[in-house]
Design a binder for this molecule. Structure first.
Ligand SMILES: O=P(O)(O)OC[C@H]1O[C@H](O)[C@H](O)[C@@H](O)[C@@H]1O
Length: 356
């Protein structure tokens, strides 16, 4: 396991490169605390990054995994998706030793762990406190596992004297071969807020989500596991999440792509955003408390992971299964309701918030 700190030639800011012995790697920019690359053991890029991405503040980089904090979208008085994605983060001293930061990219340090790990932190500046007057510590731990899986753990600590609340998303841009050949499983039968219809609340009817037009939806209270199946690439992304109850699905399609200056006209064909998020209900953190959210991404061959997700296993966390479609949706509705009821009974308070 190796962790390097190098200067990013495009942005001019430092970035951290994580590598594991089988060949997979990831890159995390100090600008935005943003993962901008995640490659499998064959060196294939798994995240989408626009060829027109702009690396200059205050613009956030178009692609990778931007962090939306303390506000998702336009749900508040701050700039779209909050300010964390266009601030300069710091490397935190963590259990995994980090090399000294140098400018020529020559620092290399072996990490004694089965994961390559980096931990970054963002704290507000005086200017930030003027627009969002809450003192916080936002920590991001990125870990690349021995099988190439990418885990992001986010912690928000209230170091202020008053409670504050925030909305949040890990705005993951997945790279796909052809958006029209992609399906998303795990969000069937759920309610969603449709951003293309003024946030109207609707219910997903289909067995899986497929794409032939612009989409911008916030699926509410989703299972902990979502699968994105890229038929063309014969690859399935599995996203597991905790503490982030919602999932945003976004593709700008043709017209909106042309309107974005930092996005190629045809690039919508090669990306899909599936975002682990807390949007519908803001997270409230009292003084001294810390909230934790987590997402784990893995990419597996579709021959290993094929057909529809068994919703029982979606809820309980195993990976592959086949069921006839009608059976799937009946069990899906039943088990999702049962799961929702059990969750409500068991969690009178947010289990992802701890007192320090
Ligand atoms: O252009 P950005 O500010 O990065 O936002 C890109 C997209 O992010 C999310 O997916 C929102 O739901 C979309 O409404 C928004 O267009």
């Amino acid at each position: 396991m190796m962790v390097d700190v190098v200067k990013d030639a495009t942005s001019g800011f430092d970035k951290i490169v994580l590598r594991e012995p089988q060949g997979s790697s990831a890159q995390v920019q100090l600008f935005g605390g943003q993962v901008t690359s995640w490659k499998n053991e064959r060196g294939e890029e798994l995240l989408f990054l626009s060829s027109k991405a702009i690396y200059k503040p205050p613009k956030a980089v178009r692609g990778g995994i931007p962090i939306c904090f303390p506000q998702f979208g336009g749900l508040g008085s701050l700039e779209q998706h909050g300010f964390a994605r266009n601030r300069l983060w710091q490397v935190v001293e963590s259990s995994a030793p980090l090399p000294t930061i140098v400018n020529d990219g020559s620092a290399v340090t072996p990490i004694v762990s089965n994961k390559a790990i980096v931990e970054l932190m963002l704290t507000p500046t005086e200017e930030d406190m003027k627009i969002w007057p809450h003192n916080f510590e936002l920590r991001l731990r990125v870990a690349l596992g021995s099988s190439g899986d990418l885990t992001m753990t986010v912690k928000v600590k209230n170091v202020d004297t008053r409670p504050f609340n925030f909305t949040f998303a890990l705005h993951t841009y997945l790279s796909v071969a052809d958006i029209t050949e992609v399906r998303v499983e795990g969000l069937e039968t759920l309610d969603y807020l449709d951003n293309l219809k003024d946030g109207e609340r609707l219910t997903e009817q289909g067995d899986a989500i497929t794409f032939d037009n612009e989409i911008d939806r916030i699926y509410l209270g989703t299972p902990t596991k979502i699968a994105v199946i890229d038929h063309e690439k014969k690859r399935t992304f599995v996203l597991r999440k905790d503490g982030l109850p919602d999932a945003v699905v976004w593709n700008p399609w043709e017209r909106k792509s042309k309107a974005m200056t930092d996005f190629g006209d045809d690039e919508y064909k090669f990306m899909l955003c599936v975002e682990a998020a807390a949007v519908e209900k803001a997270i409230v953190v009292k003084p001294g408390e810390e909230w934790t959210g987590r997402q784990e991404l893995s990419a597996v061959s579709s021959s290993y992971f094929s057909g529809q997700l068994d919703p029982r296993k979606v809820v309980h966390g195993s990976s592959k299964a086949h069921l006839p479609q009608n059976q799937t949706s009946i069990i899906s509705r039943f088990s999702l309701r049962l799961f929702a009821a059990m969750t409500l009974m068991c969690s009178s308070r947010n289990p992802n918030i701890k007192k320090s």
